[in-house]
Design a protein around this ligand. Structure first.
Ligand code: HSE
Length: 299
């Protein structure tokens, strides 16, 4: 049996749309083994809404892509335990895809290399900024050229903790992407490019003095915040209670705040309180950066 553990991820980090991503210490765990019939078991986050047919499950679909690509046809048993909130901008679909691809590839003795696994993952997900950190761990920069995925890991400062506040409602990525502009004006494009570069330099140099400004995305968040009651208030509450940077997590609706580990509790409470004022219930997670990515666990 193969056991794979894959982290949640937060994409964009403000201005790094479809490029930057960060792996977080919240996990999807998948066990995959040969069986005489196809079986799927699911516990944890999202288990209530699970479709009974294995074919409808994303981990299953990803594993099947590897079996198809390698001409394999045997039945398998898939057991999933999920800690990652679904449809909340925390990379639950990326984790499912990476887990299915990695587990199936491992079960078959690794017929696919890293490049091939990542190319399949990006093809299934549509963008690289969640699947890359889910696979590699840490803070990642991804680039896709002619269907090939290029990625680099950038060290993330140890002293920064991550608070994620998750509203009670789901925001499907397709809806959150449906308000994105067809055209972007040059001023906003330049501004976001400057900020994305500045953000990486700030994290690399451990200089957080203007991190908040660097994370202030000028293009996507202003359009997406219409879906999130209390968005500005939650971002401001985080900053006024010690966060050094805030962003919509991926396509939302969760909100991410970077702060010193000692301030995580305070920041999380302030963010939840601001959501409550907007009549939104939420859950808060005080997380660390996961540096391992998709990990094969020995059982
Ligand atoms: N970069 C993607 C988006 C992430 O913002 O739509 C989706 O999780």
């Amino acid at each position: 049996m193969i056991r794979v553990r894959v982290p949640a991820t937060s994409a964009n980090l403000g201005p790094g749309f479809d490029a930057l991503g960060l792996a977080l210490s919240l996990y999807l765990q998948v066990d995959l083994e040969w069986s005489d019939q196809n079986i799927i078991e699911f516990t944890g986050e999202g288990a209530q809404g699970i479709k009974s047919l294995p074919e409808n499950n994303l981990v299953w679909q990803a594993a099947s892509r590897v079996f198809q690509a390698t001409g394999h046809r045997s039945a398998v048993k898939l057991s999933i335990h999920n800690e990652i909130p679904i449809g909340r901008g925390l990379g639950s679909s990326a984790a499912a895809i990476v887990a299915g691809l990695t587990a199936a590839n491992e079960l078959l003795g690794k017929p696919l290399n890293q490049e091939q696994v990542l190319a399949l993952a990006v093809e299934m997900e549509g963008h690289p900024d969640n699947v890359v950190p889910a696979y590699m761990g840490g803070l990642t920069v991804a680039m896709v050229d002619n269907k090939q995925v290029y990625c680099q890991k950038v060290p993330f400062p140890d002293e920064i903790g991550v608070v994620i506040v998750v509203p009670e409602f789901e925001l499907p990525t397709e809806i959150s992407r449906s308000v994105l502009p067809q055209q972007i004006d040059q001023k906003a494009t330049v501004s976001n490019l400057q900020r994305a570069c500045f953000l990486l330099a700030s994290l690399h140099n451990g200089d957080f003095s203007n991190l908040d400004k660097a994370m202030d995305d000028q293009i996507y968040q202003p359009l997406r915040k219409q879906f999130i009651p209390g968005f500005d208030q939650v971002m401001n509450a985080a900053k006024s209670h010690g966060a050094v940077g805030t962003a919509l997590s991926g396509a939302g609706p969760s909100i991410l705040a970077f702060c010193p580990a000692s301030e995580q509790e305070r920041v999380a409470q302030a963010m939840q309180e601001a959501f409550r004022h907007a009549e939104v219930n939420s859950r808060a997670y005080n997380l660390q950066v996961d540096n391992k990515g998709a990990e094969i666990l020995t059982i």
